[in-house]
Design a protein around this ligand. Structure first.
Ligand SMILES: [Zn+2]
Length: 331
């Protein structure tokens, strides 16, 4: 009888990191263990917190290290995936050139996979989530920014310089007149369709709105803690016309991103994840309608546009999946 594999997936973010042990079938054996990343305390402490999160995850699954086949770690970019290095990510400052993969491999004595966090989340949706029956997929994750991942067969498109699948920074508007993106450029998809930028656009639309009275005006002086993309989607669902315009524009921009992905890799599925997809089918169908209107006619007839199904678990599950992929390559 072949022994079933068990993989630790550790998903490191700027605020918290999460880990759990996941089976060969992509099933987590416990709820994820969550610890604060505290990047400001320096990278040595950061590496120790990662190791401790992994230890606790193994404990939470009632296992010992001997039961673990391999470990996966995912971090936000900038990074060098082949070298296993965290380079200089804006949300893990002041970390620099952290040899994360080799450190974890040495501490635990296990094969260790390293991956970009958005690519890992995409792999999670591909492995056991919304695209589990698809042969290829492109994932857009809508959060503070717009992340992306491209999976073709069992290949994660890392790119030659570790930054393939940076779909949030594909240009959907002119680089001189488009909206300002956090990356320094203008016109990126992220500058239009991240949760943060949906709120920014709503504030701009509010200032020049000439349509029927809108409840969004109640938020005119609200902070971003109170005036969120979720609030805008809720009002849209209730028929508020200004909120509907903001949501409709968001669907249009996301569709332009989907069309660019179709023209680039022609995947079987395009999946959107993140808080906004909680809005459900009416929002998905808006994206679908715009994608069919503006995309290449033949692939847009066939491509399935869907919403992610794993929620925030996609990260650690997909990262464990990357560890499983590593072991498959070794066979
Ligand atoms: Zn950008």
């Amino acid at each position: 009888m072949t022994k079933q594999g068990k993989y630790v997936g550790l998903d490191v973010g700027g605020t918290t990191m999460k880990a759990a042990v996941v089976t060969d079938a992509g099933v987590p054996l416990s709820k994820p263990v969550v610890m604060d990343t505290n990047p400001e305390r320096g990278q040595d402490e950061g590496l120790e917190t990662m190791c401790e999160t992994i230890r606790r995850a193994i404990g939470a699954a009632n296992l010992t290290l001997a039961d673990i086949t391999a470990i996966g770690v995912a971090t936000p970019g900038l990074m060098d995936i082949k070298a296993g290095l965290i380079l200089d990510p804006p949300n893990l400052k002041p970390w620099k050139n952290v040899p994360v993969r080799d450190h974890i491999a040495k501490v635990f004595g296990k094969p260790t996979a390293y991956q970009n966090d958005a690519n890992a989340a995409a792999y999670g949706e591909f492995w056991v989530g919304a695209a589990r029956d698809a042969k290829s997929m492109v994932l857009f994750t809508l959060g503070t920014g717009v992340g992306g991942g491209i999976i073709l067969g069992d290949v994660i498109v890392e790119g030659e310089h570790s930054h393939g699948g940076e779909l949030g920074h594909m240009r959907i508007a002119m680089p001189d007149t488009g909206r300002q993106c956090g990356c320094g450029a203008r016109g990126c998809l992220e500058a239009y369709a991240s949760a943060t930028n949906v709120v920014k656009r709503a504030r701009e639309d509010m200032a020049c709105w000439r349509g029927p009275a809108s409840k969004l005006r109640d938020y005119y002086t609200a902070t971003d803690d109170d005036f969120t993309a979720k609030v805008i989607f809720q009002h849209a669902a209730e028929g508020d016309e200004l909120a509907l315009k903001v949501v409709d524009d968001t669907a249009y921009y996301l569709a332009l991103g989907a069309c660019a992905a179709m023209a680039t890799v022609d995947p079987e599925m395009i999946v959107f994840g993140g808080g906004m997809v909680g809005a459900g089918e009416w929002f998905r169908s808006k994206i679908d309608i715009y994608a069919k209107r503006y995309g290449l006619p033949f692939p847009t007839k066939k491509v399935k546009i869907a919403f992610a199904s794993l929620g925030s678990d996609a990260g650690f599950i997909g990262t464990a999946g990357c560890a499983k992929l590593l072991m498959q390559k070794k066979v």
